[in-house]
Design a protein around this ligand. Sequence first.
Ligand code: CO
Length: 465
Amino acid sequence: MKKVQLTETILRDANQSLMATRLPYGDYEGILADMDKAGYYSVECWGGATFDSCLRYLNEDPWERLRNLRKNLPNTRLQMLLRGQNLLGYKHYHDDVVEKFIELSIKNGIDVIRIFDALNDFRNIETALNATKKYAKERTVASGCISYTQSPVHTVEKYIEMCKELKTMGFDTICLKDMAGTMSPYEAEHLIKGIKDAIGDMTLVLHTHCTTGMAYMTIMKAIESGIDVIDTACSSFSGGTSQPSTETMFYALQQYGIDTGLNEDIINKVDAYFKPIKQKYVDNGQLNPKSLATDAQALVYKVPGGMLSNMIANLTDMKAMDKFEAALAEIPKVRADLGYPPLVTPLSQMVGNQAVTNVLIGERYKNISKEVKNYIKGEYGIAPAPIDPELSKKVLGDDQPVDCRIEDVKRTGEDFAAAREALGDLCRCEEDVMSYICYPDQTLKFLENKKAEAEKISVYTIEEM
Ligand code: CO
């Protein structure tokens, strides 16, 4: 019997795509025991924006959330998304920081680490891979992830080469990450057949989004072409900028005799649990129904949904929405000038902001952001195609871009010691140190809150006695 397994994304990507990762742990603790019996390939529940959101908005310790997930999902693979050398942030961290972060992630309960680099520069995922192998437990899976995009240099042959490289590097599985939902059924068919021929029986995963309306068709073609695992979200949190629906895929695949290993009653129960939760956030405005719509514009501009809403917000702030169409049309041009980077964090923000700046000033590259300059200097990695020579000259002058990883030449200090010192007596454990290195201001504020809460409790206790 043909087998295709499903990763449930409600706790991470669906939550992130539809409601800016604002689901508190308390909202879903009650369904975890059932989810543990659903038969998913894995539950994506950590990494991405969850870590930042916990500290910044939810007054939650992300590590404690992970330990609670581990405790309540003992039989399920817990999955996280990791931005390679950027970890969960926007800058390159040093190798010892990356290694420690992975060690603690596995120690606190993560099984599957999906590792990607925005530019598909695999030098930026090697340290994370090696650390995963070093601290691996029985169920640990190192998943090498490719940021999928379309451009004249992103050919099927190129993607096959990337997959072969990931296999040679020692990854356990490979994931194609179509963050903008622009992979068409036709592309999926040719890509996946080609990759499967090249990597043999290695597990291949497809991650896509419904943003442009193609995901269900693309997934069906991917399954016909040999994909092993797909990412889906329970139906109440599916569609729009999120993933296709778990129960719908289960129903469709069952008729083809494809074994998903899922328990039908339980996946329905999981969705029934989340339905009123979704309604609660629609009612209070945290889940904007706009994010549930289909928008085929991304097929023209290759712009992920989140990037569009970000641009609209910025232009509205600046009372310049009349420049929206022009800014949108500028994005593919900036992207071409920069050597066709995939539009995923942090590149999506960088390209989007530069396009808006070019249009607002009325002269291209009169003002170049620091981030784009650093990108042109090679600090983010190697661009997929050569950068426009004129633009490059404008930024570099007669200098050459760096030809190694930036963190190898720019050590700014001892991260661990500095973080410990900054935290002082607020520091409770290694995990706090790591949180501080990733998000210093938020962590400090979070730990100060915790301390204040604890002192309040101890005062009450004394008074009661
Ligand atoms: Co995604």
